[in-house]
Design a protein around this ligand. Structure first.
Ligand SMILES: Cc1cc2nc3c(=O)[nH]c(=O)nc-3n(C[C@H](O)[C@H](O)[C@H](O)COP(=O)(O)O)c2cc1C
Length: 470
């Protein structure tokens, strides 16, 4: 295994990505300015604004089934999420530089099929595709598929590892010069569009969950293969990222937590035999900005009010009580009845997986009573990802972000706009120039591929001593 320097040197710069929300209550869909969550125009407008702001990547999440609660569609979610790869292919034709990242899970997809579809996006976009690798944390998705059921947490990452190694083997199987640019490498076709003999390797993988025996169908893209993001925060998820990913879409945006997360990932990355800076980190975040801090605070109150209305507040509590609470007054105190479940459900997208429901709800009742909060006020405070929010004037927030860049706490932020499609406008028009003035943000795209723009090396697995799967 090659030796790497254990020293981590902060790049001193930041990248931005945009995460178009399809679930949860972070996006306001009912303001006068709100667009549609399914109309291509919303996606085009956001992606082009992000590109004007030199964003590295445009992200789409994935959910293969509507989230449900107590047998009904989850009232906390907006309904409708067009297929990510279809949407990104359409966006490739109206953008030129921004990366196009599709969240795709390793539990319900198949590696040969997904590797091919991602390669297609990578070729169509001229080397701008990324795959955000997730394992998916819910059982109800499995009910959509013939396999049914759902893998144990530990198995999900074993499966994910075999999946991504197979995908990488598929992407590595065409030699770099399989199709020569002057059209002379081929032996079978007159136009030189065929690979030379021996230039494409067959991929064979026999695993616990699937077997692949496959001759890959596409050559390398200008960035070799899609950039790999990972989202999943358990120790197993972090180790998986340390071994396989280029970038982590993390859940730790607050400064101290970000610094600790960076240290943890450096340790795991070195243990995996990769250089200390091999894995970049971009946490999920929300920005509420205005010319002055007082105006930003006012805006925040408006945003929170529209993100969580009475119906969402009740639906939020129902996740933890495990029963319908629609008779409860959102302006009254928290329900003084016991939950119908022992543990908060791990399968309903809650951020409190497996907590003891009785203890948690009793603690919340006490907390709300002490603060004199109604259901609505309590949920607005609890559900808002306030730990992921950067609220302030353009220059205050730019100063804060410059501190992150200086110590290398993160490599950038993946921003969820709270308004679609105009939610990036003030970031691009005001925050980006402030960051550029501080020398912590690019003033142009470095290249045309996502890999170049993120400053990632082209993968060379043979040199890294990692054999392709046979
Ligand atoms: C920031 C972030 C974004 C995620 N986005 C998605 C998503 O869009 N679709 C999905 O199925 N899972 C998503 N996940 C969930 C992961 O797939 C994973 O299943 C979950 O975090 C549980 O794994 P863990 O225990 O390693 O955290 C996301 C996770 C994180 C941390």
């Amino acid at each position: 295994m090659p030796q790497h320097s254990s020293a981590f040197t902060p790049s001193g710069t930041l990248q931005l990505g945009v995460f178009f929300q399809g679930v949860n209550s972070g996006t306001i869909w009912k303001a006068a300015e709100s667009g549609s969550q399914t109309d291509f125009e919303s996606f085009r407008r956001i992606a082009q604004t992000a590109e004007r702001g030199l964003f590295a990547a445009f992200f789409l999440g994935e959910g293969l089934r509507l989230r449900e609660h107590l047998g009904r569609p989850h009232a906390l979610d907006v309904v409708g999420r067009p297929d990510a790869q279809t949407m990104l292919a359409a966006l490739a034709s109206v953008t030129t530089h921004i990366g196009l990242a599709a969240t795709q899970n390793t539990t319900y997809n198949d590696p040969a099929d997904l590797a091919h579809r991602l390669s297609s996006l990578d070729l169509i976009s001229g080397g701008r595709a990324a795959w955000n690798m997730v394992t998916t944390d819910n059982a109800w998705t499995g009910e959509n598929f013939r396999r049914g059921g759902y893998l144990d947490h530990a198995d999900r990452y074993v499966h994910a590892e075999a999946f991504v190694r197979t995908a990488k083997a598929i992407w590595d199987s065409w030699a770099p010069d399989a199709i020569a640019s002057d059209g002379t490498a081929g032996t079978a076709g007159t136009a030189g569009n065929w690979p030379a003999d021996g230039a494409v390797r067959r991929v064979h993988h026999e695993g616990q969950h699937y077997t692949v025996d496959y001759t890959p169908r596409l050559p390398r893209s200008p960035q070799h293969h899609p950039v790999l993001f990972q989202a999943g925060d358990s120790p197993a998820g972090r180790d998986f990222a340390a071994r396989q990913a280029d970038v982590i879409f993390s859940a730790h945006p607050q400064f101290d937590a970000a610094v600790a997360f960076r240290a943890d990932i450096i340790e795991r990355t070195l243990r995996a035999g990769r250089p200390a800076d091999a894995v970049k980190i971009m946490p999920a975040s929300e920005f509420i900005l205005a010319p002055t801090s007082a105006e930003a605070a006012e805006k925040k109150a408006w945003v929170r009010e529209l993100q969580i209305g009475p119906q969402q507040a009740i639906a939020y509590l129902e996740q933890f009580w495990g029963r319908q609470l629609d008779g409860w007054d959102p302006d009254g105190p928290l329900p003084d009845i016991d939950p119908a479940v022992e543990e908060t459900s791990e399968t309903r997208g809650s951020g409190f997986h497996g907590a003891k429901a009785g203890e948690l709800t009793a603690q919340w009742r006490q907390e709300a009573a002490e603060k004199g909060q109604s259901i609505l006020e309590f949920v607005r405070a609890k559900a808002a990802r306030s730990d992921a929010s950067f609220v302030g004037s353009y220059s205050e927030v730019a100063d804060t972000l410059a501190d992150y860049a200086r110590v290398g706490a993160v490599d950038g932020f993946n921003i969820s706009p709270w308004l679609i499609p105009t939610g990036l406008d003030d970031i691009v028009n005001h925050l980006v120039p402030e960051l550029q003035e501080r020398g912590v943000y690019p003033t142009q795209y470095r290249g045309t591929t996502l890999r170049e723009n993120l400053g990632l090396a082209v993968p060379d697995r043979a040199a890294a001593g990692e054999p392709a799967i046979r």
